[in-house]
Design a protein around this ligand. Structure first.
Ligand code: ADP
Ligand code: ZN
Ligand code: ZN
Length: 725
């Protein structure tokens, strides 16, 4: 008899013991009974019963089932889980289950891996042939595999429906082998790189055999994707796999399409929120078995396990969607760097506006800098940025100035495309009564509900709650209610009236969420069927629209005065990305930014395209205030449905936090969150910072073990390296 220790998805970082007649490998996926419920877990240890002394054996329950070997966690993932757990102060079980496909959580055995890829299979020459009935399909299949490599389609032709399962069994028996396509020949011909691009590819590829962190800092339109493709080609040629991480919003088909055109024989799997649980499971197996060549995915893909990973690329590395904002609050870019260090492989972080943290790491000598300073299309120039001073040029009721309208007019006359950007979807951010001051607040959150004109409803963008627009003021029964402020819908309505012949498309989370909607939009833009795009930040990333020559930004100033110190950087990055959509082809582009504060440094740096100046300015500010990256910080977040408990918990947290020795650590007093009430929960937070990361983690470990919220109804979460305060 053996005692098997199992890690389960529980908040406690401990294992649970079960018995089994056989020992099991570390990482095996098992099903157990836990508190009278079946649960899946991973084996962390197997010991002979004689070596186990904690409890009498008959107190332990037997394991219920052991899953197939493809579901076993490899040691690398186990280590990654351990690191993630200690860095983000989360339980090991929760981290492990976060890092595997959702289906792993179900207390059920999972289907065996059936390779569906384009790889070829071949009998191993020295193997003993299986005993098969003469002239059976299996026998014919075996015969065929001994003569030539076959892909799955050919195999199914010979072996019928059960062929994939047979192949799987033969692979397991070690009598056949996978041969990846020998030839990664490209169908789209690689572009001839310009000197800068070539230099980057050559320099980076000198260092493909060991850990090496590169920062590819290339202006918008400098051709970073082509650089990726050519580096990836060299890694694939070494029969290694590649992981490419992209931001959440990038559901756009463009990148995936370019990859498949360039590497038609490679198995490329895309992992994003549109992928089903089953497809995710397949991708996990396929990458683990070494069949899938490239994974192109959002932050969760950083946990994919590979048989032979040779390179990680993080595109738009500054993007906030790499940080998960609830549960396990990990940062996929940072974990990607850690993983490549562990695996001793290169990692490439790319952006037109690298994060301060990454730039700081470069200044500290941790990353090597690769620069692309010109647009790849030699005729394309960076757009000219102009500031429209709203004190001199007031806006109309839709939030747009006359100057901007004239520019749109001229753009349409030249038969070019314009983009009008406003980072608020809906019609107007709030409805109010001028008589009594009533405003459309959300009943679940301390936020205002946005008016959506097309459905005549108020919607909370934080919790999703929606209700009909009241016909009278709910407070004083006045019948005239007013919309205040501007959103994409109001803008669209106004532009449609003002430019009746223009073809206008609105792009925001209400119109364009699915891949299909994007594809359709691309097609229309490609066919020159769009004259004006109206939209939110969704339009900013990675798109390449040749006819787009005018970008107009409205309502930008809010971010300048946010209490969150991250907002200046977010704003600069967002506007650079948006501006970077203009003038990507031969016709020069123009960017107009409407503001009340044209002298603000953020706008001045934007206008000069002076990212370095902006970075130095911001780093100085961060340095003076001892903010990250010059310190390390964490936020303890408390939330509860019951408001009085929040105060109590916050006071207790404060008291305990001060009692623990905290030399080298700065404790800030607990504060209400910026959005105090969200989804009916009241929220408070306490920030902790330290000059040394070690001090911060040591302190957090102590704090967590001494602080339990006074009552179970208060949730406590730890956010290390928070990106929002
Ligand atoms: P980035 O991601 O840096 O913003 P892209 O990779 O989208 O830029 O490239 C911008 C445009 O330049 C694309 O249309 C791309 O096809 C083109 N391009 C890239 N490299 C070259 C090159 N070496 N020669 C000509 N065109 C190029
Ligand atoms: Zn009123
Ligand atoms: Zn709400």
């Amino acid at each position: 008899m053996f005692v098997i220790n199992v890690i389960l998805d529980t908040p406690l970082s401990r294992s649970y013991s079960y018995t089994n007649p056989q020992p099991l490998n570390i990482g095996s996926r098992v099903i157990v009974d836990f508190n009278n419920r079946q649960q899946a877990g991973f084996v962390s240890q197997a010991l002979a019963a004689a070596d186990y002394h904690e409890l009498p054996l008959d107190k332990l329950k037997p394991l219920l089932a052991v899953d197939n070997e493809s579901t076993t966690l490899p040691s690398e993932l186990w280590k990654l889980g351990g690191f993630t757990a200690s860095y983000y102060h989360h339980s090991l079980g929760a981290c492990l289950f976060c890092s595997v496909p959702t289906l792993f959580r179900q207390p059920k055995l999972l289907p065996e891996y059936i390779p569906l890829n384009r790889n070829y299979y071949q009998a191993i020459e020295t193997s003993t042939p299986p005993k098969l009935r003469k002239n059976s399909r299996q026998q014919q299949l075996w015969q065929a595999l001994t003569t030539t490599p076959l892909n799955m389609a050919q195999i199914s032709d010979i072996g019928g429906k059960t062929a994939p399962a047979i192949i799987n069994a033969w692979l397991a028996a070690g009598i056949i082998t996978v041969c990846p396509p020998a030839d990664y020949a490209t169908t789209t011909i690689p572009l001839t790189l310009n000197n800068e691009q070539q230099q980057v590819v050559d320099d980076f590829c000198q260092q493909l055999t060991k850990f090496h962190a590169g920062l590819l800092y290339g202006i918008t339109g400098s051709g970073k994707t082509e650089v990726f493709l050519q580096i990836i080609e060299r890694v694939l040629a070494k029969r290694q796999q590649v992981l490419v991480l992209v931001p959440e919003i990038n559901l756009t088909p463009q990148m995936g399409a370019r990859f498949s055109q360039r590497f038609p024989h490679a198995e490329i799997l895309q992992l994003n929120s549109e992928v089903s649980d089953k497809q995710r499971l397949h991708a996990w197996y396929s990458a683990k078995e070494g069949h899938c060549n490239i994974i192109l995915g959002t932050r969760l893909s950083v946990f994919t396990t590979f048989k032979n990973l040779g390179l990680i690329i993080v595109d738009e590395e500054h993007d906030d969607s790499f940080k998960q904002s609830e549960g396990l609050r990990y940062h996929a870019r940072n974990l990607a760097v850690w993983r490549s260090q562990q695996l001793n492989i290169p990692v490439l972080l790319a952006s037109a506006t690298p994060s301060l943290e990454t730039l700081y790491n470069y200044q500290q000598g941790k990353y090597q800098l690769y620069k692309l300073t010109t647009r790849a299309n030699p005729l394309a120039q960076l757009p000219q940025v102009e500031l429209i001073n709203l004190r001199h040029f007031p806006v109309n009721h839709a939030g747009i100035s006359q100057v901007a309208l004239e520019e749109i007019n001229a753009c349409l006359a030249r038969q070019e495309m314009a983009l009008v950007f406003i980072n608020r979807r809906g019609y107007a951010p709030v409805i109010t009564c001028y008589e009594c001051g009533w405003v459309s607040s959300c009943r679940n959150c301390s936020t205002k509900m946005v008016y959506h004109h097309n459905i005549k409803r108020l919607k909370c963008h934080h919790c999703g709650h929606s209700e009909a627009v009241p016909s009278l003021c709910p407070k004083c029964r006045n019948q005239y209610l007013h919309t205040v402020g501007h959103g994409t819908q109001k803008l669209e309505e106004f532009l449609t009236q003002n430019f009746p012949t223009a073809r206008i498309r609105r792009v925001d989370r209400d119109t364009t969420t699915s891949k299909k909607a994007w594809q359709q939009l691309y097609q229309e833009i490609h066919n020159s069927q769009v004259d004006i795009l109206v939209g939110t930040q969704m339009l900013a990333k990675g798109h390449d629209f040749a006819r787009l020559t005018l970008v107009i930004g409205l309502n930008l100033d809010n971010a300048l005065f946010s209490p969150d110190y991250h907002s200046g950087v977010d704003m600069y990055n967002g506007l650079t990305q948006i501006a970077g959509r203009a003038g990507r082809a031969e016709t020069p582009g123009k960017v107009l930014l409407q503001t009340d504060y044209p002298d603000h440094p953020v706008y001045q740096f934007l206008q000069q395209h002076d990212f370095n100046g902006f970075v130095n300015y911001t780093l100085k500010e961060r340095y003076d205030n001892k903010l990250p990256p010059f310190s390390h910080s964490a936020i303890i977040r408390l939330s509860t449905h019951r408001e009085p408990l929040l105060k109590e918990a916050a006071q207790e947290l404060r008291a305990i936090a001060h009692k623990i020795s905290h030399t080298g650590v700065t404790l800030f007093p607990p504060q209400p969150a910026i959005i105090y009430k969200l989804h009916r929960k009241f929220r408070a937070q306490m920030e902790i910072s330290a000059a040394s990361r070690r001090d911060l983690h040591d302190y957090l470990n102590q704090l967590i073990s001494s602080f339990t919220p006074p009552i179970k109804k208060v949730t406590i979460a730890i956010d290390v390296d928070p990106i929002e305060i």
